[in-house]
Write a protein that binds this ligand. Structure first.
Ligand code: KG4
Ligand code: ZN
Length: 362
């Protein structure tokens, strides 16, 4: 291991929703390296209820985090002395769940006299693209597509975030989860639908591509709506049930997956072209979807746009991406967050820099 002045190592925690995650990530002049990345998923526990139960999530984080930290430090092969900073997700997410990670990180940072960095979860997702073999170069447009967010974000040359489009109702991942429940599949719905869709005909059902109308006429070109699609799926299932016989689950799953991918691809490519940017980045849980990855690559190639995707294993929530975001902040000269920094269920990504102010914004 060669150490350069740029070499920095962080211990990162992620507990914003239903995954307790701990990673040790190193930055050197060659890039970002996840030394270890542990995720304890609570999926099975929440599956019984068809979605995330906040109380259960907080309790499980509290139980799992100490073991995960111990495991991560053992794999790292060093002690807290070799760690330069401790990072944790502080927003957005479930309040109680965020609090467990943030209090744990602040305790470790105080105890071992290391800087604490409070990270914006979406900045973490954006940073996950830097873990790919071929990381993107600024500026670019990012399609952030997860269980809680579907957004098109421009990241400028000086790394500022500008949201250009968003979903007005369900996030794409949420639509996958709700439609999976409708089809009697397990939670989380994305992987369950993907598995079935592989064997279905994506053109068997005509489904709507939700659009958001402008008061002055026309549509917002980069915005999304998935609630109409969800209702269309419900109607389709109801009429198939009324007709009797078995539901063509594979065809339903394939048609749904295909139309979601089409919408995401069309609007992302349009956005990149309109912005005059030839780099497109795709991150977040839904970005793990194979059909979406293939369709995005194909469409981008036609338009001469370079697509960079987070590696599949770093698409869904993980702590390595939180570590990379923290290291990027350290690299840019922001040395720490206030130890008084609390947590917030919502905070705009555009104001992520305020998390590093001496006076904590929340
Ligand atoms: O990024 P993530 O782990 O958590 C949030 O920050 O929301 O995303 C989770 C979402 C879930 O809605 C899940 O159904 C979806 O990502 N997802 C997928 C796939 N894997 C996870 N959706 C489609 N295809 C997948 N392979
Ligand atoms: Zn996430």
């Amino acid at each position: 291991m060669r150490y350069s002045p740029k070499t920095k190592t962080v211990l990162a925690l992620e507990t914003s929703c239903d995954e307790s995650a701990v990673a040790v990530v190193r930055m050197d002049e060659r890039g970002f390296h996840p030394i270890c990345n542990f995720v304890a998923s609570q999926v099975q526990e929440h599956a019984k209820w068809g979605g995330v139960v906040p109380e259960i999530a907080s309790r499980r984080h509290l139980e799992d985090l100490p073991f995960l930290i111990e495991q991560a430090l053992a794999k790292f092969g060093g002690s807290m002395r070799q760690i330069d900073a401790v990072a944790a997700t502080v927003t957005p997410g479930l309040n109680g769940a965020l609090l467990v990670g943030s209090v744990t990180a602040r305790t470790l940072s105080t105890l071992h006299q290391k800087p604490f960095l409070g990270v914006h979860h979406l900045e973490g997702h954006l940073a996950s693209a830097l873990l790919s073999k071929n990381p993107p170069k600024l500026p670019y447009v990012v399609l952030l597509v997860s269980g809680g967010h579907t957004e098109l974000i421009k990241v400028s040359r000086d790394c500022e975030f500008h949201r250009l489009g968003r979903s007005h109702d369900d996030a794409a991942g949420e639509a996958f989860d709700k439609v999976a429940r409708l089809l009697g599949l397990s939670y989380p719905g994305g992987p369950a639908i993907e598995k079935l869709a592989k064997f279905g005909d994506p053109k068997s059902f005509r489904l709507p591509k939700g659009r958001i109308s402008r008061a002055e006429g026309g549509f917002y070109p980069y915005d999304f709506s998935f609630s109409g699609l969800k209702t269309a799926m419900l109607r389709q299932v109801q009429s198939l049930n009324a007709a009797g016989g078995e539901l063509p689950l594979q065809d339903l799953a394939a048609s749904f997956e295909n139309v979601v991918a089409e919408v995401l691809v069309e609007r992302s490519i349009r956005c990149a072209l309109d912005q005059g940017l030839n780099t497109l980045v795709m991150v977040g849980g839904v970005a793990a979807n194979k059909r979406l990855r293939e369709m995005m690559s194909k469409a981008a190639l036609i338009e001469n746009i370079a697509v960079h995707m987070a590696p599949k294993s770093f698409c869904t929530d993980n702590a390595a991406m939180i570590g990379v975001a923290a290291l990027k902040r350290l690299e840019s000269g922001l040395s720490s967050s206030s130890i008084q920094l609390g947590v917030s269920p919502r905070w705009p990504l555009e104001q992520a820099e305020s998390l590093y102010l001496k006076k904590a914004p929340f």
